[in-house]
Ligand binder design. Sequence first.
Ligand code: CIZ
Ligand code: SF4
Length: 362
Amino acid sequence: MAIIESYRMEDYLDLSEEELDRRISTAKEAMGDRLLILGHHYQQDDVIKFADFRGDSLKLSQEAARSQREFIVFCGVHFMAETADIVTGDDQKVILPDLTAGCSMADMADLYNVERAWKDITNIAGEANILPVTYVNSTADLKAFCGKKDGVVCTSSIAEKVIKWALDRTDKVFFFPDEHLGRNSAFKLGIPEDEIIVWHRDAPLGGNSENAIKKAKIILWNGFCSVHMLFLPKHVEYFRERYPGIKIIVHPECRREVVAISDLCGSTEYIIKTVKAAPPDTVWAVGTEINLVNRLRKEQPDKTIFFLSPTVCLCSTMYRIDPQHLCWVLENLVAGTVVNQVIVPVEEKRWAKIALERMLTL
Ligand code: CIZ
Ligand code: SF4
């Protein structure tokens, strides 16, 4: 489809906050029920305030599909917009206000290298004895790969359930791209440590012996989230010493050592629900992305809520969605021009949908 840009992004860069707010609201109103704006929990307040729905990537894609709206503007990152395109109908268009908004973890696994690893592993273990499972934080072609190989997608909220589903059907799981979500879920399922191995992307046989591959129940791609890796056991200890009775709640993308000494661990939806439901005057330290923690603190003033690390590393590719880009895509839509549409190729979409639907039946 040819894209004719009616408005140029450059013209939005110097607009004041007030003008952007006003113009975004006007454009949103003009689009009426042809438009749905989605905001992931990790996004900044200045765009999330325009979202019709807030949630994790799965919940938001389901809202997109349910809504039947013609245009879905996704304030999130590239893999989330792809997932929304996979689950929505052919007459719906998904727009990512800034196409460079990505997830560094998703970028750590590409189809070429995953297929090479798959070939190595299945040569040793046999293709009938293993299923691939991909975290939703992955490119659409990896979701399609899982669809074709009888595998499945998982989100952080149901990773454990999905891995169990796979292990009920076969011997081994090849899990990508997040090593930590995979390990934390395998531990919860009681899989012994010596049956969990890591596939190092650049090493022959992923740095493993043939025997180790034969013995493994879970093979973990060594991808990670740079934001969640910043939380360390010493941070948990720091808060426990100073605030007796504090509850530590973390995301399963955190390293195992942190999860092991925390009180609770779960997805963004789980973290938000749990802290909201807690009694007033309770004290929390939360190990996940900072925008979510700051918003939770603002919305739950009767509780004391800390960010678990003294270092704040913003995920630089994730925070690309700003009011300038949001305003630019919306005003183009009002003018009848679609900019920054995310389109998953038809064949890829078909297979990726199969892997996503397999998850949804669990
Ligand atoms: O699934 C999501 O949206 C992500 C990336 C994390 C979470 O825990 O919600
Ligand atoms: Fe990806 Fe981590 Fe950034 Fe989320 S916070 S987009 S998982 S790198």
